[in-house]
Design a protein around this ligand. Structure first.
Ligand SMILES: [Fe+2]
Ligand SMILES: [Fe+2]
Length: 255
């Protein structure tokens, strides 16, 4: 059995009411401190993109500090991220612009983190090299183990007028790859700043809530983005039957 904490959309560098970014930093550190203080076993912390708000190198230096953890931290970029400084500062690699795709092997499961960002745009797409990489990774290596596939943009509408127009498009191509690999147990994403659960390609699709803000449904009224909701995260438990169970947690705001 594996337990993975999943948070998303820390948006470090986001200025809120002229606070110089302190609110985003405080919320991110609060979530990470909560996870560091857990008394029981936690296998990884997954952060599904929009780590920085403007994709600036100095924001990634803040991300590197704020996401320090005693657990393995697995990341993928979002539409607010910028591939070159993300690579250079967070991964210690040359600052090139290709998609940032990564595999992390946990005991008992592979986690594949895909880059669904399109440089300069807010909507998302898994490009052909990324889908080819996913297909190859799922076909090679530890094929007897389940796999979790993570990316920033949800490939379906979540009935949120603010984010549905900037979801991941071209999703039929992803579905075709997933249908070839029954070892995929679930899909994990962010971007929508709401804790949500749905399906895609016959698989569970779990959306992590936003650390920095919450996107609300039309029935909730008000503006599309709420800053008075608490920082939230998800825990995903993957059991021996390859069933993923998700628990959502809200932390005290302190705002
Ligand atoms: Fe975001
Ligand atoms: Fe996003």
């Amino acid at each position: 059995m594996l337990t993975i904490a999943h948070l998303s959309d820390t948006h470090l560098g986001q200025v809120h009411h002229g606070d110089g970014g302190r609110r985003a930093r405080r919320r991110t550190e609060q979530v990470m401190a909560y996870l560091d203080a857990l008394p029981g076993p936690l296998d990884a912390v997954l952060v599904t993109g929009d780590l920085a708000d403007h994709g600036r190198p100095e924001e990634y230096r803040e991300v590197a500090e704020a996401l320090k953890s005693r657990h393995p931290v697995l990341i993928c970029p979002g539409n607010h991220d910028s591939r070159a400084p993300y690579r250079e500062v967070l991964l210690g690699e040359a600052p090139e612009e290709g998609p940032v795709n990564r595999l992390h092997r946990l005991p008992g499961a592979d986690v594949l983190m895909l880059d669904s960002s399109i440089p300069g745009q807010h909507d998302g797409l898994l490009d052909e090299p990324t889908l080819d990489w996913l297909d190859a990774q799922l076909a090679e290596g530890r094929t007897e183990l389940p796999a979790l596939v993570a990316f920033h943009h949800p490939p379906v509408e979540l009935h949120l007028p603010y984010v549905d127009p900037i979801r991941q498009f071209g999703e039929d191509r992803l579905a075709r790859v997933l249908h070839r690999h029954p070892r995929v147990a679930a899909l994990l994403c962010g971007h929508s700043h709401t804790g949500a659960a749905t399906t895609f390609a016959g698989l569970p699709l779990l959306v992590a809530p936003g650390v920095v803000s919450t996107v609300t449904l039309p029935c909730e009224g008000g503006s599309d983005i709420a800053f008075d909701h608490p920082p939230m995260l998800a825990f995903h438990v993957l059991d021996g039957d390859r069933r993923l169970t998700t628990h959502y947690r809200a932390l005290p705001t302190g705002d």
